[in-house]
Write a protein that binds this ligand. Structure first.
Ligand code: PHE
Length: 351
């Protein structure tokens, strides 16, 4: 192999080995630069005669063209590789699923509360809200609880360690029944005006859902729980109306006509007569068992008097139901404590 061929061969292999554009430019300098091997050969031609110069020059030129062609090809090759690497690094897989933001949902008991409100609103009931820290009078006395009634005891009721300027004792309301009296007081002017005008007495038709508290804690009792009070007083609202309203409510709430109700005689100081309301599913996993869902009764005349109203003119029923229990029955929840653990695996099922 002659000298020129071997220079070309060595240049081609040096270019091929250059891994970066900078390597390649260095390699180029070794062959085509000011003191590159080919340039040196060209300088050597000065000593040759005219004929030799001509043929030698042509040969060197061919070699130079070959080296330049190899250089250009390698430059293009390196540029292509770099572009390819860049594309790979910035690759975007449009088939990947998007990253989602978790969406929250309402707590199962909130869902039940909303459902209760909707159903009773559709039957013309107002929805009222009241304080969870109550006076002794609202929680007990106004509701005809005798002073020695067990519900007042420290075993059942949480007392608040605070006494108002008026010497009033406060408790965390153990039921929503104080709202019966509070609601009547809030609207007392309307009733007084009706009496003055000789008009017919406006009805009271209201539910009061909210939190309630008792010293109690196990799988079916929580120290904080929920109740929803119901009150319908009119000229002559009877126990029959209670049965119709509550049966309607239960069948709508549980979305089944296949539901039996039982009014079991009971006692509450603020109603007379009084009844526990039990329901029984006729089919499904709970079929056949009587399940207690509410206390109820005709509002006691003493309570109506404490509302500031005439028990001859305001006659009707009240009930207090347990939304926690209703939620357990509707969704098949078997432990009340799940409501308050905040476990996302439980809560996410209600979204
Ligand atoms: N307040 C009663 C309870 O907490 C329930 C009830 C409400 C009973 C209204 C009768 C009338 O058990």
């Amino acid at each position: 192999m002659n000298e020129l061929d071997s220079i070309v061969e060595s240049a081609v292999s040096a270019f091929a080995q250059a891994a970066t554009p900078a390597d390649l430019e260095n390699a180029k300098a070794r062959y085509l630069g000011k003191s590159g091997s080919l340039t040196e050969l060209m300088k050597g031609m000065a000593a040759l005669g005219p004929d030799e110069k001509k043929s030698r020059g042509a040969a060197i030129n061919l070699a130079k063209q070959a080296i330049e062609a190899a250089l250009t090809a390698r430059r293009q090759g390196l540029a292509d590789a770099e572009l390819q690497a860049q594309l790979q690094a910035q690759a975007l897989d449009v088939s990947l699923p998007g990253r989602q933001r978790g969406t929250g949902g309402l707590h199962p008991i909130s869902l039940t509360m909303e459902r209760i409100e909707q159903i009773f609103a559709s039957m013309g009931f107002d929805v009222a809200d009241g304080p969870e820290i109550e006076t002794d009078w609202h929680s007990f006395t106004s509701l005809n609880n005798p002073p020695n009634h067990p519900a007042r005891s420290m075993q059942d009721t949480f007392y608040v360690d605070m006494k108002g300027d008026d010497g009033i004792h406060y408790n965390l309301r153990p039921h929503t029944s104080p709202m019966q009296v509070r609601y009547a007081h809030q609207h007392i002017k309307k009733y007084a005006d009706a009496v003055k005008a000789g008009a017919s007495m406006p009805e009271i038709r209201v539910i009061a859902p909210g939190r309630t508290y008792r010293v109690d804690s196990d799988a079916t009792h929580s120290p904080m729980f929920h109740q929803c009070e119901g009150l319908w007083l009119g000229e002559n609202v009877s126990f029959k109306d209670l049965k119709v309203v509550f049966t309607d409510f239960c069948r709508t709430f549980f979305e089944t006509e296949d539901l039996a109700l039982r009014f079991r005689p009971s006692f509450f100081p603020f109603t007379e007569p009084s009844a526990e309301i039990d329901i029984q599913f006729q089919s499904g996993p709970l079929a056949g068992r009587w399940l207690e869902v509410a206390g109820s009764g005709q509002v006691h005349p003493t309570v109506v008097r404490n509302m500031g109203l005439d028990p001859e003119k305001h006659i009707g029923f009240a009930f207090g139901m347990g939304p926690d229990r209703l939620t357990m029955l509707r969704y098949g929840v078997n432990d009340l404590r799940l409501y308050f653990d905040g476990d996302i695996r439980f809560l996410a099922q209600f979204r």
